[in-house]
Write a protein that binds this ligand. Structure first.
Ligand SMILES: Cc1ncc(COP(=O)(O)O)c(C=O)c1O
Length: 440
C-alpha cells in the first residue's frame, strides 16, 4: 500500500511539476518551502528568514507585500474583480495605460498606445504578431525576425523562436519560426572591449540586413542586458545601430524590457541608456511591483494606425487573452508606478546598483570568480566551475548565510528589490562572499 505523504515537500513531489526543474533530483536539493514574506525577506515553514536577493524572479520593486500596493488590490477587488477588455473597458486599465505612457522613453518617436497581456512571453508574442501584421498591412508582408545569439524572450513558441540559448531552445528547433541570427554583443572574447564587440555585431547586423532586410519585419532585442544568458551587458552603441538599421530597412525594433524595465538597470527603461526609442516596448515582471502577473506592449502611433480600418477590411489585431488588463493586477501596477515616482525609486535603484558594485569589488577578486557584470541592480557573477553545478552550490551555501539567490548555470545572479536598504545590501554581499569561501 502506498503510504500517504506527510510533509509539504512530499506532497509537492507527489503532485507538482515545477518550471525549469529536473524532478529527478528535486528533493535532493531540499527546496525551500516559502511560508510568508515581508519587504525583502522571505520566511520558510520553520520561521527561518532569508533575504530575497533576486526579487523573487526579478519582479519585486519595493519588496514583498507593499502595503500601498496590497491596499490598491483589495480596494479594486471591492469594486470590480474582473471583466473582459474585449468590447468593454474599465478605470484601472485606462489609468495604467496612461501611467505607462507618461513614463515611456522619450526620443525621436513616441509610444502612444498600450496593449496588455499576462506574462512577459505573452506580451513578446503579441509584439511579434503585431510586427508581422504591421508589415502585411503596410504592403510588405515580411515573415522573418532578426534575433540575437544568447537572447531570451520567454517560453511560448514565438518567443522561443527569437531566443538564442541552446540549453533552453534547441529542443524545439523544428517547431520554430524562421529567424536570422546576429552574434551577441554581450559575448566578448578575452581582452576584447565592449565597444569593439558591439561594433563587430553591428557589422553582422548590417550584413544580415543588407542580404535579407526586405524580408525582416522586426529586430528583437533585450536592451543593454541579456538577462537569462547570465546578465550579459553590452555597449549602447549596438542599440543605437539596431535603431538606425531597423529604420533603414523599414523593419520595426522590438525592445523586450520584461527583465530590464521598471527601474532594474537604474533607469526606468534600459533603452534610455542608449537614447533609443523602440517601435514596440514590451514590459512585465516588475510592472505590478512583483505581486500579480501583468505585461504590456507599448507601441508607436505609426504601428497602431496600420491596424485601423473598417471591420470588413480585417485589419484588426485578432489577438488577446481572457484576463487581459485584469483589474486588480492593473490597480497594483498603477499603485506601484505612482509609488515608484513618489519615492524616486528609479534613482534609488541607480544608487543601489552603484553601492552593489562597490561592495562586490572584493568579490570580483575572489579566486572562484572569473567575472562580475552589472548594469544598475542586474548583476551576474561568473564562478569558476568546480565539479558539477558550481553556481547552484554557491547559491545553496548562500542560503545557509541567510540569502536566497539563484544561478543561471555557473553565473550567480543578484537582482535585489530596488528599495533595499544599505544594511540589507551589505548583508546580501557578505552572504555571497561567505558562500564563495565555503564552496572554494
Ligand atoms: C527579457 C525577457 N523576456 C521575456 C521573459 C518571459 O517572461 P515571463 O516569464 O513572464 O513569460 C523573460 C523572463 O525572464 C525575460 O527575461
Amino acid at each position: 500500500m502506498i503510504k500517504a505523504p506527510t510533509s509539504w515537500l512530499q506532497r509537492d513531489a507527489a503532485a507538482v511539476w515545477h518550471p525549469f526543474t529536473q524532478h529527478g533530483q528535486w528533493l535532493d536539493d531540499e527546496p525551500l518551502v516559502v511560508d510568508r514574506a515581508e519587504g525583502p525577506w522571505i520566511y520558510d515553514l520553520d520561521g527561518n528568514r532569508y533575504l530575497d536577493g533576486v526579487s523573487s524572479l526579478w519582479v519585486t520593486t519595493f519588496g514583498h507585500r507593499t502595503p500601498e500596493i496590497n491596499r490598491a488590490i483589495t480596494d479594486q477587488l471591492a469594486e470590480l474583480d474582473h471583466f473582459t477588455f474585449l468590447g468593454a473597458t474599465h478605470r484601472p486599465g485606462i489609468e495604467l495605460a496612461e501611467e505607462l505612457l507618461r513614463r515611456a522613453p522619450e526620443g525621436d518617436r513616441r509610444l502612444s498606445k498600450v496593449f496588455f497581456a499576462g506574462d512577459g512571453s505573452s506580451a513578446v508574442e503579441a509584439a511579434m504578431k503585431m510586427a508581422y501584421q504591421y508589415s502585411v498591412q503596410t504592403g510588405r508582408a515580411r515573415q522573418k525576425f532578426v534575433r540575437l545569439d544568447q537572447a531570451y524572450h520567454g517560453d511560448t513558441l514565438g518567443a522561443v523562436s527569437v531566443g538564442g540559448i541552446d540549453l533552453f531552445h534547441a529542443t524545439y528547433q523544428p517547431l520554430l519560426l524562421e529567424t536570422l541570427e546576429v552574434g551577441s554583443p554581450g559575448v566578448r572574447r578575452p581582452g576584447q572591449s565592449a565597444g569593439d564587440r558591439a561594433t563587430e555585431c553591428v557589422g553582422e547586423l548590417d550584413a544580415v540586413m543588407a542580404e535579407h532586410g526586405g524580408e525582416v519585419c522586426a529586430i528583437v532585442v533585450e536592451p543593454m542586458v541579456q538577462g537569462a544568458a547570465g546578465m550579459l551587458t553590452y555597449d549602447p552603441l549596438f542599440l543605437r545601430a539596431a535603431r538606425r538599421v531597423a529604420d533603414r530597412y523599414g523593419a520595426l525594433l522590438i525592445g523586450d524590457e520584461v527583465a530590464t524595465g521598471i527601474g532594474r538597470t537604474g533607469r526606468m527603461w534600459a533603452v534610455e541608456h542608449a537614447d533609443v526609442v523602440p517601435d514596440i516596448l514590451v514590459c512585465g515582471k516588475g510592472l505590478t511591483g512583483g505581486c500579480l502577473p501583468l505585461s504590456a506592449a507599448m507601441v508607436t502611433d505609426e504601428v497602431y494606425q496600420a491596424f485601423l480600418g473598417a471591420p470588413s477590411q480585417s485589419r484588426t489585431f485578432f489577438h488577446g487573452h481572457t484576463y487581459t488588463a485584469n483589474p486588480p493586477a492593473a490597480a497594483a501596477a498603477v499603485a506601484n508606478l505612482r509609488l515608484m515616482t513618489e519615492h524616486d525609486l528609479v534613482d534609488r535603484a541607480a544608487r543601489l546598483g552603484d553601492r552593489l558594485g562597490e561592495l562586490l569589488k572584493p568579490v570580483a577578486d575572489h579566486d572562484g570568480v572569473t567575472e562580475v557584470r552589472r548594469l544598475g541592480t542586474m548583476t551576474g557573477i561568473d564562478v569558476r566551475p568546480m565539479g558539477e553545478r558550481t553556481g547552484a552550490r554557491v547559491c545553496r551555501a548562500a542560503l545557509r548565510h541567510g540569502v536566497w539567490i539563484r544561478p543561471l548555470g555557473d553565473t550567480v545572479i543578484l537582482m535585489p528589490p530596488l528599495a533595499l536598504s544599505d544594511v540589507e545590501v551589505e548583508f546580501l554581499v557578505e552572504a555571497v562572499a561567505a558562500a564563495l569561501e565555503e564552496v572554494y
